[in-house]
Design a binder for this molecule. Structure first.
Ligand code: NBP
Length: 477
């Protein structure tokens, strides 16, 4: 046995991850793919790499030193189950199977329990950063036993992205599905972040009157401040791109229907199930949904005669949008971390929000300067009730609020949709309100369904006899 690590599944992600592993000092990588053509192609295209090519699962197992460690990078779902079944046939107790695909975390919980029966360790590792990240350093979110992480941790640390302070972007997230859960919420936050940037563009364009290339310059400038992030950088690149065929900005010829593969929807489903108001992420998923409903959009558009004129805005508009973007982004991350911590409580994972923020600083799609600030907030107080209860973020959002309110008003007056901006502002106003109209909702519920209510001036559970003499009775006495 010559290899210290193996990769199963050699499509774009697996072959890049295998190349990344092989490029690290001391690693020899056993590689296996269902169709042997892919394995042969990888070996012939990269003769320099320390690979051991194998064409059967048994040969793959034989090529690995013990405890065997193999990373699966195949299509999520049935393909992953098929490969796990094959590996558990030939692996032995103490060996480690890592699923690096985009599995639903509940599948990971189920698989971990089943594989554990055999004495083999199963690790569900969320890997972010796309194909470029897989090759040059992704952010890795592994969930599994602490024991398996002793072997696996150093290998993952060797291929992970590195933050500016040199720390690798990987940490043991928790047991079984914890890694895939956190990766799922990462993707949900990514949806929100992208939607907020898209709304900023739309407002700068249709209210501010800027052209895509000018907006690209605005984003590039923002990238030198607190908004510095990969998503802001790629947005500027996309906006600068000119279509070769028509000479128009590329953004003007791309069909305005956003696709999705499901992780945003999963995040919102989980947030709903856990009772977490992840409104920014939900709006982002719904916004993609609206964009894709071509027939409905056409039918409704046909009924609208005149759209509002863009509202008059002053010189501060660009800066107002920047502040609205930052404040809304803080809300999206606050809600994302709320979802993560609620998931931890529900599924029994002791999650460390500061450590999670740190491993997102590089390698993944939401990498940003901002994540340092989040990590600092959680290091000041690990048990923060909300990210926006942290002193730094509380004052950052409060400082940005006047601009944020102007932008949301201008969007509404101009008829430019800004669902994520406006719902995150509503969330901020709700979560920080002295009193909410939920009191009235409780009254309504008691009226039609005798659902009872509590009072804010004394203990007990009460009901008003709405269809009787309307006196109040205490129901718990
Ligand atoms: P794909 O998701 O396109 O899957 C292709 C691979 O799955 C091939 O190796 C294929 O083998 C194998 N496979 C299939 Br399909 N069915 C199989 C089966 N029944 N038994 C064994 N192998 C089977 O590859 P990818 O885009 O490289 O992504 C790999 C994983 O990484 C996925 O879970 C994906 O969600 C995740 N991911 C992707 C990205 C990204 O940016 N693309 C980012 C992060 C995570 P074959 O060659 O024999 O058909």
């Amino acid at each position: 046995a010559a290899a210290n690590i193996g990769v199963v599944g050699l499509a774009v992600m697996g072959s890049n991850l295998a190349r990344n592993l092989a490029s690290r000092e001391g690693n020899t990588v056993a590689v296996f793919n269902r169709s042997p053509e892919r394995t042969r192609a990888l070996l012939s295209e990269h003769p320099e790499a320390e690979f051991v090519g194998t064409e059967t699962v048994q040969a793959f197992a034989d090529a690995l030193q013990r405890p065997r460690t193999a990373i699966i990078m195949v299509q999520a779902g049935a393909a992953t189950d098929a490969v796990i079944d094959q590996l558990t046939e030939v692996f032995e107790p103490g060996d480690i199977i890592v699923d690096g695909g985009n599995a639903l975390f509940t599948d990971t919980i189920r698989r971990e329990a089943a594989v554990r029966e055999t004495g083999i360790h199963f690790v569900g590792a969320g890997i972010s950063g796309g194909e470029e990240g897989a090759l040059n350093g992704p952010s890795i979110m592994p969930g599994g036993s602490a024991e398996s992480y002793e072997t696996l941790g150093p290998i993952l640390a060797s291929i992970a992205a590195r933050a500016d302070d040199g720390e690798p972007c990987v940490t043991h997230i928790g047991t079984d599905g914890a890694g895939h859960f956190v990766k799922m919420v990462h993707n949900g936050i990514e949806y929100a972040d992208m939607q907020l940037i898209a709304e900023s563009y739309d407002l700068l364009r249709h209210v501010g009157g800027y052209e895509p290339a000018q907006i690209a310059d605005i984003f590039t400038e923002w990238d030198s401040g607190e908004l510095e992030s990969y998503l802001i950088q790629i947005t500027a690149e996309v906006l600068r791109q000119v279509d070769a065929e028509t000479g128009k900005p590329l953004v003007d010829v791309i069909l305005d229907a956003a696709g999705m593969k499901g992780t945003g929807t999963w995040t919102v489903q989980q947030a709903l199930a856990l009772g977490v108001p992840a409104t920014g992420i939900a709006e982002a998923v719904f916004a993609r949904g609206v964009s894709g409903r071509a027939d409905q959009r056409a039918a409704v558009r046909a009924t609208i005669d005149a759209r509002p004129q863009p509202a008059d805005v002053g010189d501060t508009f660009v800066d107002d949008v920047r502040r609205a973007l930052y404040s809304s982004k803080v809300i999206a991350y606050a809600q994302g971390f709320d979802t993560i911590l609620a998931g931890g409580a529900e599924y029994g994972w002791a999650l460390d929000p500061g450590a999670i923020a740190k491993i997102w600083r590089e390698g993944c799609i939401i990498r940003a300067r901002f994540l340092n600030t989040i990590a600092e907030a959680y290091s000041r107080n690990r048990r923060l009730e909300s990210l926006i209860a942290d002193e730094f973020f509380a004052s950052a959002v409060a400082d940005g609020a006047p601009a944020w309110r102007r932008v949301v008003s201008v969007a509404a007056l101009s008829g430019v949709p800004a669902p994520a901006f406006s719902s995150s502002l509503s969330y901020y106003d709700s979560i920080g309100a002295e009193r909410l109209p939920a009191a009235l909702v409780q009254g309504q519920r008691d009226f039609f369904g005798a659902h009872t209510y509590r009072r804010n001036d004394r203990d007990g559970i009460f009901h008003t006899l709405w269809s009787g003499d309307r006196s109040e009775v205490r129901t718990d006495a």
